[in-house]
Design a protein around this ligand. Structure first.
Ligand SMILES: [Cu+2]
Length: 469
């Protein structure tokens, strides 16, 4: 008899658990946590189970005219439902909240709340002010996706103006569209890590270099359009296209025996669409994601230029694309402190050019490593980051570009004058307003060790505007 009662009791217990298991939050669809669950009873008797106070606040916001009979919240200690309005609410503290970085727990007894605060921090408050904290956290509510689930540090993760993308994932159904304008300035030349003056590379002037066309300055602008979409909470896809303009200032040096000496030439200019990147990003954990990018050769590799009265295919650095299908695996580690004030992390990406393009060459493979730290300052944020690039020389050769080497000798036409190592230091700021954010960053190389003889980078700037919905 007693055994039967125990078995019955166990069955009852399991079926209760199973039944409880089937409830899902009426707002976000997640399975409610026993310690943070909330139950609303409407005037018509409808019972709604919700996962947390954030979803409750959103429900109330989305249904302003619905009459609510009662709101019950789980007691943090006993997990029993208690009247939410008379409960002691603890807001904040070091323990992570449900669907929110700011924890909010209900306590039936004030002593329990005080004990919790002694261990984890936080403040005792009323139901109304806990709800108010929630709505302050929620800056955007959309029918499809509820942005209030974004942590206070979200503006740090979804940076609008990083010149090198930090790959991140979005919750399922969330879109992000970003437009960036990038400017890069190059001035003077380097061999290895030493500066080389233009007088030292002219035609027949010195032994080591003998070039007739000497690049002095180069500016590049790039406009980038990027779209991201959260397919699931784990998988985000992104696509990015670009439009570039390139302009190179040059000197012509016909050598010490010529009467013309050194003259300034008309700059070489090219512009058009660049390559297109598509990428899938998979979230392994809260901190770690892995991604694989594919670069599609949509940029031209057949740009031409006139030098010394003849038309040549423009040197490699004046072309707009790579001409190759490239694979770009990356791994990203990103951490945000519980208060949402700091975000830091690192990312490594490898760019592999598996084959030469139709003109017989490909860029050298590249390893990019970067690290950043950013700080939220109310609706603004500021960051500092370092990016290191190690790139190989150009593989193969474009036989059309090679004609420059004999016709109008220029360092940019030589494949060994490409690649090298560069470390950049970058500072930036951004501002978030609702679903929009805007930012700007500027950087300078702190170390450049370039293969052969190349123009050196002096500074660069990126501005970006972004929207999430
Ligand atoms: Cu994004």
């Amino acid at each position: 008899m007693r055994v039967t009662t125990i078995i019955l009791a166990i069955c009852l217990l399991f079926s209760t658990i199973a039944a409880a298991d089937q409830t899902s939050c009426a707002v976000c669809g997640m399975h409610p946590d026993a310690q943070s669950r909330i139950q609303i009873v409407l005037n018509d008797g409808t019972k709604l189970d919700l996962c947390c106070l954030n979803c409750t606040a959103n429900y109330m916001k989305q249904h302003p005219n619905t009459k609510i009979l009662s709101i019950k919240a789980a007691d943090y200690m006993t997990k029993e439902l208690i009247d939410a309005k008379t409960a002691f609410w603890v807001v904040g503290g070091s323990k992570e909240g449900t669907m929110s970085a700011i924890a909010k727990w209900a306590f039936a007894k004030k002593e329990d709340a005080a004990e919790y605060i002694a261990a984890n921090g936080g403040l005792i408050t009323s139901f109304d002010s806990a709800i108010e904290t929630t709505s302050k956290e929620a800056h955007h509510v959309h029918s499809g996706h509820d942005m209030s689930h974004m942590q206070p540090g979200a503006q740090l993760i979804y940076n609008p103006a990083f010149g090198d993308d930090v790959f991140h994932t979005h919750p399922a159904g969330m879109w992000m569209v970003n437009y960036k304008f990038m400017y890069m300035d190059m001035n003077g030349m380097k061999s290895g890590s030493s500066n080389v003056g233009t007088n030292d590379v002219g035609y027949n002037r010195h032994k080591q270099y003998s070039y007739m066309m000497i690049p002095t300055t180069m500016t590049m602008t790039m406009q980038m359009m990027m779209a991201m979409y959260g397919v699931t909470d784990e998988l985000t896809v992104m696509a990015m296209g670009s439009y570039q303009t390139k302009k190179m200032g040059m000197l012509m040096d016909m050598g010490p025996m010529s009467k013309s000496g050194v003259t300034t030439e008309a700059p070489m200019e090219t512009s058009g669409f660049g390559d297109t990147d598509i990428r899938g990003i998979y979230k392994f954990s809260k901190y770690l994601n892995g991604s694989l990018g594919l670069s599609l050769p949509t940029g031209s590799i057949n740009e031409v230029t006139a030098m010394m009265g003849k038309t040549y295919r423009a040197p490699y650095d004046m072309q707009l694309g790579s001409g190759t299908f490239d694979l770009k695996p990356a791994i990203t580690l990103s951490m945000t402190t519980d208060d949402g004030n700091w975000n830091f992390g690192g990312q490594a990406m490898y760019t592999w050019h598996p084959a030469n393009n139709s003109n017989g060459w490909s860029y050298g493979d590249n390893l990019q490593a970067m690290t950043w730290i950013s700080r939220a300052l109310g609706p603004a944020s500021a960051w500092f980051r370092l990016t290191y690039n190690d790139t190989g020389s150009i593989k193969g050769q474009d036989s059309e570009i090679a004609k420059i080497i004999t016709g109008a000798p220029m360092p940019d036409a030589v494949t060994s004058n490409y690649g090298g190592q560069r470390l950049d230091a970058i500072l930036g700021i951004s501002l978030t307003k609702g679903p929009f954010s805007f930012g700007v960053e500027g950087g300078v190389p702190v170390y450049q060790n370039l293969n052969g003889l190349q123009m050196k980078t002096t500074w660069f700037l990126t501005t970006g505007i972004q929207v999430m919905f």
